[in-house]
Design a protein around this ligand. Structure first.
Ligand code: GLY
Length: 353
């Protein structure tokens, strides 16, 4: 088992490994010593698989568990579900020392974190991510929120968890396509800041079934994210590099009515940016070929029929936009990216070269 310490406005451990769930009770007791109640937030696909083991662990921490289970999928990521969580906690008499525990993928960690950040002006949250994407991205760093019709994650709060438990054995129950989707976020770290991770992924040749390799890969991603967050928790600077591929990806995802999976859209967004960076002269052709090959090796797409005009129009709703200026993440080489400020017109020119 591996532990990564995250230092932000709150310090917390991310515990990664096979059967990591077995330490939930003892670790929860350490970080929430006065909790007597926990709201377990989960979704319909995950809850039948792990409810008993999570409940048993939380019982060891001496807390009574109530459950809030929502219909799996991005369409549930709305204010009505959050209100359901608030009401459940109020009905059960939760106080500020009690805790929310999320069990699921990124939709679950985002929503449970948002409910925790707002209930009684903020109570603790523990994340138990069950998807690769949530392990390497959504559960770490404190971004929480919901979607509104105008865009994904448009309403939310920064609210760091008190503990993250990443049980890699839970990944075995993931359908292949959901694991593949998570690989887009893994590959993102390799592209923007972690050349050694690129080598590991290339050498694994598209197969992460070796549990120790998978544990190493997830740990590298969490360490990378912790490193970024340490210097820019509130996303005003360096953290924006984590948005690599997302500017176009979010537009593709939204235009599909959220029917295309997030990770697939991010992979397409990265592919579009890799091509644009080559044409703009920030990335050598040889590096771009290696990056596109890695996406292919992990069965990820690197193209989409979306037009530059559509990307620019969609990006004007991006949270990263400040006034009329967008932060565009450019690749320089594998393991290195830069943030370039662009006007709408400059961004369109960059994508249209
Ligand atoms: N998902 C990108 C971030 O946490 O900043």
């Amino acid at each position: 088992m591996r532990t990564v310490r995250v230092s932000a406005s709150k310090e917390y451990d991310v515990i990664i490994g096979r059967d990591a769930i077995s330490v939930l009770g003892t670790e929860a007791k350490k970080v929430c010593p006065n909790a007597t109640k926990a709201l377990l937030v989960s979704e319909t696909n995950v809850v039948p698989l792990y409810l008993d083991s999570v409940k048993n662990e939380l019982a060891k921490a001496g807390v009574d568990v109530s459950c809030y289970v929502f219909e799996a999928g991005e369409r549930s990521k709305n204010i009505n579900e959050i209100a359901g969580m608030w009401n459940k906690m109020a009905e059960e008499g939760f106080t500020r020392t009690d805790v929310v525990v999320s069990l699921g993928g990124g939709v679950t960690t985002d929503m449970a974190g948002f409910a925790a950040s707002t209930f009684l002006r903020g109570i603790s949250v523990i994340h138990i991510p069950t998807s690769l994407l949530a392990m390497v991205d959504a559960s770490v760093g404190g971004k929480t929120g919901i979607d509104i019709p105008m865009g994904k994650n448009q309403v939310g709060a920064f609210w760091q968890p008190s503990l993250v438990i990443e049980d890699t054995s839970m990944l075995k129950s993931l359908p292949d396509e959901v694991f593949t989707e998570g690989m887009a976020e893994v590959i993102k770290y390799a592209f923007i800041m972690d050349e050694p991770l690129y080598e590991v992924l290339k050498n694994a040749n598209g197969d992460l079934s070796d549990e120790s390799v998978l544990e190493d890969v997830i740990t590298s991603c969490v360490e990378d994210k912790a490193d970024v967050i340490k210097s820019d928790e509130k996303d005003n600077g360096r953290r924006q590099i984590l948005n690599y591929g997302h500017t176009a990806g979010h537009v593709i995802e939204r235009d599909s009515g959220f029917t295309k999976p997030h990770g697939i859209c991010v992979a397409k967004g990265m592919g579009i940016f890799i091509d644009a960076c080559v044409k703009a002269g920030t990335l050598a052709d040889s590096e771009a070929s290696k990056m596109l090959s890695l996406l292919k090796l992990y069965n990820l797409p690197a193209e989409d029929e979306i037009t530059p005009e559509e990307i620019v129009a969609g990006a004007m709703n991006d949270k990263k936009k400040r006034g009329d200026i967008l932060s565009v993440i450019l690749s320089n080489k594998i393991g290195s990216a830069e943030i370039k400020k662009m006007t709408k017109e400059e961004f369109l020119e960059f994508l249209s070269l």
